[in-house]
Ligand binder design. Sequence first.
Ligand SMILES: *Cc1c(COP(=O)(O)O)cnc(C)c1O
Length: 382
Amino acid sequence: MNKAKGINTICTHVGELEDKEFKGAVSPLYMATSYAFEDVETKRYPRYFNTPNQVALAKKMAALEHGEASLIFGSGMAAVSTSLMAFLKAGDHVVFQDSLYGGTSNLATEEFDKFGIEYSFAKDAQADSFKAEIKDNTKVIYIETPSNPLLKITDLEAVAEISKKHDLVSMIDNTFASPVNQNPIDFGIDVVIHSATKYMGGHSDILAGTVISSEEKIDRIFQMAKNFGGSLSDYTVWLLERSIKTMGIRVKAQNENAQKLAEFLNSHSDVSRVYYPGLKDHPDHELAKKQMKGFGGMLSFELDEKINASSFMKSLKLIKPSMSLAGVESTILLPTKTSHGLLSEKEREKQGIKDNLLRFSVGIEETEDLIEDLDQAIKNCK
Ligand SMILES: *Cc1c(COP(=O)(O)O)cnc(C)c1O
């Protein structure tokens, strides 16, 4: 048997298309939306997810997540919605994790009633809380770990076990971890989804999504995907392949920076709390160590009450306020004013999201420069 390749080799090479004509070093880009239908093995069309560049990138995605097959979508939400709808019909029920990406939570609360799909939220990220929500008509368990914005860790193996026992499909949004830091299929999770807009793209300039699973489950998702029409254009597919070549080294640099910044903030007298799975005092540090290869580039922290979080953000010179995450540049946001702004105060309190909580997406800049920026902004706001 072939030994599995290491992450940076997969990122750089798996799925690349050979330039037979000119022997160029990178995959040629095939922009055609129209292909021959006679005397061909495959009838190709971009919305059938089978153009040369789509198929090539899907191979890389499958290898990255240790799955058998994959589909590339036009956005993370196209991957999320199509994958969920492929396994749910009227009368079925899905159990979601309590703190979900806003778009996914809106998909359930704004759309599922129309399709007669029932849903409930587990009361926290503990595996037993998912079990407690399972009913006779439950078909899917859907998790996100580390969670947004408090970086809670869900036990992958325990959720996979519960799902198998009850004959459910387990799905994970693995965006925050990236395939560099966490491969849920190794722990028995069935379906892995990414917003490729984040760590895979990595430069804050590509909108894309992907789903990875077994051949059988990907075929089922494909049957829905070709009708829903969420595929990605070949030019962006090609750019995404290019971006992923550096994902391994980017994410490892982000892991290292995030660890050092979390430790710096944790020891700062004007910071009251830091949420990062790589810290020994994180409640799920041991679990994170078991199922993650790196602790990721996302961290959150609460400033001391004396410091106004908005003024702090405005005082930063290098770290930019931004709605999104996972680029090579460091960005920061206030969940209460953005991702979690639509929740009631009571709901935010229940989830533990305070007004002075900041979510930090750590980039690849020099650690010392980031520390200096945080430190000067805190001093400026005292
Ligand atoms: C951004 C994001 C999504 C949605 O992805 P889009 O590419 O914006 O559609 C889903 N899940 C998580 C965790 C995200 O961060």
